[in-house]
Design a protein around this ligand. Structure first.
Ligand SMILES: [Zn+2]
Length: 305
């Protein structure tokens, strides 16, 4: 373990195939995946789905061109009622899943069948919202896996042939995404690009999950792009970091309403709100509650996230 520990890394890395309209991103989560799960107990199938969603969120966020964040939100009437995976433009991740334990089974349909996933991209308010503020897309959960669902989404919404693998276990999560871009100005010979794409797609499908989770990225890319000249960009570090703060929690309590909060205070002596993402407790005693509803208080956000 000591060797593995010394080599642990959490990163996302972009690459392009020189001279061909093929590009991609690779993500590996290790310590950040451990930190993210520290405050929650998930059955294995739910944990794997959450790991895949976290890897997907980082891959999608790595193409953001402005400051902000990306949220994947899965909803279904199957075992996983709600799953949220978030990644900021500087690769701070957090995520959570709510599930019905009685329905959990190691099968995508049992976990999320009939559900859908929303992809939301938000520009930071500090960034001036000049990038258009908010983008939202809907991913139908189909094809038997989260990666297949996202492949369909890219093919339909962006007209980009996309090959995606997402894998996760208790130690880590990984994802590799390869896209074929439309040829521009005849730079790439279409037949060669098509051949590169088809080889990479087949090689990606053939990779063992353990290889995706543990092998050096250079090795993975060599297997997918045999004989190709790759330009690999600098790896960007990924870390677990929650965005909850006191102001947001105050906003939630205000939106609950003064009567309800005072009732909770009377029953329990204090009102405690625990962040679902990081487990941090926010405790409000009688004086805090007075201040919360003092005249002139500014209404805060209604959401923790
Ligand atoms: Zn938190």
């Amino acid at each position: 373990m000591s060797d593995a520990e010394s080599a642990t890394e959490d990163f996302v890395q972009r690459f392009v195939v020189e001279g061909q309209a093929v590009r991609g991103q690779f993500v590996r989560l290790d310590a950040s995946w451990g930190a993210l799960r520290e405050h929650a107990e998930y059955p294995e199938p739910v944990r794997e789905l959450l790991g895949e969603a976290m890897a997907a969120a980082v891959l999608l966020a790595s193409t953001l061109k402005f400051e902000g964040g990306l949220t994947l939100e899965l909803k279904s009437d199957a075992a996983v009622r709600l799953l949220v995976a978030q990644c900021t433009h500087d690769f701070r991740i957090r995520g959570v899943a709510r599930f019905d334990a009685a329905k959990v089974a190691p099968d995508f349909a049992a976990l999320a069948g009939g559900g859908y996933m929303t992809v939301t991209i938000d520009a930071d308010e500090a960034g001036g919202r000049q990038a258009g503020g908010r983008y939202q897309g809907i991913v139908a959960l189909e094809g038997g896996s989260m990666s297949a669902s996202l492949e369909h989404y890219f093919a339909n919404s962006e007209q980009l042939p996309t090959s995606l693998r997402l894998v996760s276990d208790e130690h880590g999560a990984s994802g590799l995404l390869i896209q074929r871009l439309p040829g521009e100005g005849g730079v790439a010979a279409p037949a060669a690009a098509q051949q590169t794409w088809e080889h990479a797609h087949a090689a990606l499908l053939a990779l063992e999950p353990a290889v995706l989770l543990r092998a050096a990225p250079e090795q993975l890319l060599r297997e997918c792009f045999t004989g190709q000249d790759l330009r690999v960009f600098r790896a960007q570090p990924v870390e677990f970091r929650c965005r909850c703060d006191l102001r947001r929690v105050q906003g939630i309590l205000r939106s609950l309403g003064e009567a309800d909060v005072r009732e909770l205070l009377a029953e329990q002596g204090a009102v405690t709100v625990t962040c679902e993402f990081c487990g941090k407790p926010y405790r409000f005693d009688g004086i805090d509650v007075e201040q919360l509803f003092a005249t002139g208080a500014v209404p805060g956000s209604e959401r923790v996230n």
